[in-house]
Design a protein around this ligand. Structure first.
Ligand SMILES: Cc1cc2nc3c(=O)[nH]c(=O)nc-3n(C[C@H](O)[C@H](O)[C@H](O)COP(=O)(O)OP(=O)(O)OC[C@H]3O[C@@H](n4cnc5c(N)ncnc54)[C@H](O)[C@@H]3O)c2cc1C
Length: 443
């Protein structure tokens, strides 16, 4: 280590965006402390990417390990920053960092505000995804999946939820419900291959015929969809579950009997074109889709309780990003009409539910460029001073009674999990609660 002055940056959130931000910062010589809500790093790369994509998750873990073993990066897991956390944003702002980079993802739920949305058997995708990927405390809660599962939304997350219901539960039918039509689907065909074995082509053809006049009304050709279907190779094996689509249906409420979901009530829609934009317009006609489980896979919002200015599902960033790209990463306080100096957002914390890991990485790296441009104007401090500041923050957190987890401890947990997986002859094993992980670390 040289004695050149260094800048000290706290990155909050150790998902892909936070980790790649930490890497980009450390590469310029900055000293980074990485604070993460979960005991383990990785965010949705660890707890979102589908449970059996072992190769992809393993590859990302290896990349993250390189970042987390860099001596310029100190990782602390089990540390929530926010109104109800171990540290508040104001604590961090008062701790003398040259910059704070919030990479805390989109942890808020996008409720549609319809009746029955919180009934038993009605879930929001993120919670269920966290559950089956074994993120505490979701791993400790029950999310029973019934026989007839409706998923609201037609993005890649819908495909993952369908995959779970089809291949890891006992569902007979899975129905993906969309407000708009088949041309507005948002999932990737490559991802859909994972559920192709359950996809009921006959039901799809019928659904396309049913909506054909609506498609024609906005200049869309149903035959294009049918010929694309005919070109798709048939899967080698067939799942027991049937996967179908229900287009042009806008959820109105979840109907319950004896306190449990029995149907999703939808309003039929028609398509409307304004330039390139296709929207759904309610027709007033009501239909019931019988089901026992409803999963809303409609994207998420950022966490309102993180202590950053919040509006309409996002943190508020500075105006003027059309002419100054840095503004889009700079947190802005509408109460004072001024930037929150030194406070930035990247990744899904900046644009909720936006894209894959590669996109979160690019966003973090772009954000860090803007952060560094500002930070470089500050004088920096000696490496010893930076160490003292990092240690002082660690002491503050521990003094608040929070059992923090370091990266060597994460590696210790992962080694124990691998040993369990080998003993149980399974691909992967994950401790199911924070208590269990913390106890393992004291053994
Ligand atoms: C179901 C699902 C499946 C996906 N599958 C794929 C896939 O197959 N391939 C792919 O490339 N991408 C996939 N993605 C997208 C990918 O996961 C995201 O692009 C990426 O994880 C976003 O990174 P992020 O760091 O912005 O947010 P996140 O990954 O959400 O990370 C946020 C981090 O912040 C921490 N945090 C949250 N709140 C706080 C707080 N208050 N204080 C401190 N720390 C906090 C969390 O512990 C977490 O570690 C999937 C996403 C989902 C939802």
């Amino acid at each position: 280590m040289t004695n050149d002055p260094v800048h000290l940056v706290a990155v909050i959130g150790a998902g892909p965006a936070g980790l790649f931000a930490a890497r980009a910062l450390a590469a310029t010589g900055a000293r980074v402390i990485l604070l993460n809500r979960d005991i383990k790093p990785g965010g949705l790369a660890e707890y979102g990417i589908f449970l059996n994509k072992y190769k992809m998750k393993g590859g990302l873990r290896r990349q993250f390990q390189k970042i987390l073993t860099d001596p310029r990066v100190t990782y602390l897991g089990n540390v929530v920053v926010g109104e109800r956390g171990a540290l508040r944003v104001s604590d961090l702002r008062g701790a003398g960092f040259d910059a704070l980079v919030f990479a805390i993802g989109a942890q808020g739920t996008k409720y549609l505000g319809i009746e029955g949305e919180r009934l038993p058997g009605v879930y929001h995708a993120k919670d269920l995804v966290y559950h089956y990927n074994r993120l505490p405390p979701f791993s400790e809660q029950h999310y029973p999946i019934g026989k007839r599962v409706v998923i609201v939304g037609v993005g890649n997350v819908m495909v993952d939820i369908a995959n779970y219901a089809i291949h890891f539960c006992d569902a007979d039918e899975v129905i993906a419900v969309a407000r708009r039509g088949p041309f507005e689907k948002a999932y990737d065909d490559r991802e859909f291959e994972d559920v192709e074995d359950a996809f009921d082509r006959e039901l799809y053809r019928k659904e396309i015929e049913r909506v054909r006049p609506h498609l024609a009304a906005v200049g869309q050709d149903a035959d294009q969809l049918l010929s694309a279907l005919a070109r798709r190779p048939e899967p080698d094996t067939r799942a027991r579950t049937k996967l179908s689509f229900r287009f042009l249906a806008s959820p109105r409420r979840v109907i319950a009997a004896n306190g449990r979901a029995v149907a999703l009530e939808v309003e039929e829609t028609r398509l409307d074109r304004k330039g390139d934009r296709i929207s759904a317009v309610g027709t007033g006609e009501i239909t019931l889709i019988p089901c026992d489980t409803v999963v809303f896979a409609v994207g998420d919002r950022v966490d309102e309780d993180a202590g950053l200015p919040y509006k309409d599902g996002l943190y508020v960033t500075a105006p003027g990003s059309e002419t100054d790209p840095a503004a889009a990463y700079q947190v802005w306080d509408p109460a004072t009409g001024a930037p929150m100096e030194g406070v930035h957002v990247v990744g899904w914390a900046r644009r909720a539910s936006d894209g894959v890991v590669g996109r979160a990485r690019l966003d973090a790296e772009t954000g860090v460029k803007h952060v560094l441009a500002k930070v470089k104007a500050a004088p920096g401090r000696s490496p010893e001073e930076a160490e003292r500041a990092v240690n002082a923050l660690v002491d503050t957190i521990r003094a608040r009674g929070v059992p923090t987890v370091t990266y060597p401890q994460v590696l210790e947990l992962e080694a124990k999990e691998r040993a369990r997986a080998a003993a149980d002859k399974v691909e992967e094993y994950k401790f199911g609660s924070n208590r269990e992980m913390l106890e393992e670390l004291t053994r």
